[in-house]
Design a binder for this molecule. Structure first.
Ligand SMILES: NC(=O)c1ccc[n+]([C@@H]2O[C@H](COP(=O)([O-])OP(=O)(O)OC[C@H]3O[C@@H](n4cnc5c(N)ncnc54)[C@H](O)[C@@H]3O)[C@@H](O)[C@H]2O)c1
Length: 279
């Protein structure tokens, strides 16, 4: 799908990868609707893009809330009359051993990262089917294709996003609907994902790092994010994937060996603690 004169809705569009996608899509000639829970950051992003000449609006949205998503769709359709690209990109991260992370934190991560994507599909895909065109980009992570210790809630949620995306593509194709799907699986990107607790709901136990081991892991996670690639590189890859109708979007070539190694370990009867090398 060409971006020119299309309408793109981007959740988590106020910062990081979402904002980079917005800038890239605007360059490609798309009109933008940015959806984010952070109102002030959203207003700043909309002002920046508008000043650069983009057609852009912002709708304060909580992706965990189907009613909030429905309001986003209604606002998009009343303003533009159509929606061509939906980027289900809003996400949060929390880590720690499964038994230490509080159940509220588990629910929060699954709610934003998994139900945020499900709500987006439920709200926007029927409109795309009615229109006879559309493309959904779900932001997973390389954590959707491999696992690593210390970030259990995050990897669980992202593996679900990859699975939901694959099945969505299969179901749309089986039904003959001309709606495309891509799943974005980056490794580390320089954003504020390691500060995701800024968007945790009021009353949530924000103490994500109860144990010393968890604190160490979380410190490493933040450092790796800060040493990651620029979000603009990811945005370019997404724009290319939408244009070419490509499904898997892997932005870090070094991760190909990690993915291959995981599946070789599974097929070789190995263990995630001691991967076997096949071939
Ligand atoms: N940064 C990385 O290294 C990396 C790697 C792989 C995948 N990702 C994924 O990229 C996506 C974007 O994250 P980012 O790295 O740009 O981080 P970020 O924190 O800069 O951006 C996330 C955005 O999501 C918004 N958000 C959080 N909860 C929300 C909610 N309930 N409703 C609506 N918006 C909400 C935030 O306000 C923020 O603007 C996430 O899904 C993340 O998991 C990031």
């Amino acid at each position: 799908m060409e971006l020119k004169d299309k309408v793109a809705v981007i959740t988590g569009g106020a910062s990081g990868i979402g904002l980079a996608m917005a800038r890239r899509f605007a360059t490609g000639g798309a009109a933008l609707v940015l959806a984010d829970i952070e109102e002030a950051t959203l207003a700043t992003a909309v002002a920046e893009l508008s000043d650069s000449g983009a057609t852009v609006s912002g709708v304060r949205t909580d992706v965990t809330d189907p009613a909030s998503f429905a309001a986003l769709r209604d606002e998009t359709l009343s303003r533009h009359g159509a929606v061509h690209v939906l980027c289900n990109n809003a996400g949060v991260a929390a880590g720690g051993p499964a038994w230490e992370v509080s159940l509220d934190v588990w629910r929060w991560v699954m709610d934003v990262n998994v139900f945020g994507v499900i709500n987006g599909i439920h709200t926007f895909v029927p409109t795309m089917i009615d229109q006879g065109e559309g493309h959904v980009v779900n932001t997973a992570s390389i954590a959707g294709l491999i696992t690593a210790p210390g970030i259990g809630p995050y990897t669980a949620s992202k593996q679900a996003v990859v699975s939901i995306s694959e099945t969505l593509l299969q179901d749309l194709a089986a039904a003959g609907h001309p709606v495309g799907v891509s799943v974005l699986c980056p490794a580390f990107v320089k954003t504020r994902i390691h500060e995701a607790e800024r968007n945790a709901p009021a009353g949530l136990d924000r103490d994500f790092a109860q144990g010393a081991a968890t604190q160490a892991t979380w410190g490493v996670f933040g450092a790796l994010v800060q040493a990651g690639i620029d979000a603009e590189v990811v945005a370019d890859a997404v724009a290319d994937a939408v244009a070419e109708g490509r499904f898997y979007v892997l932005t870090h070539p070094e991760t190909h060996a990690w993915v291959r190694g995981r599946f070789e370990t599974i097929l070789g009867g190995g263990s995630p603690l001691a991967p076997v090398t096949v071939g």
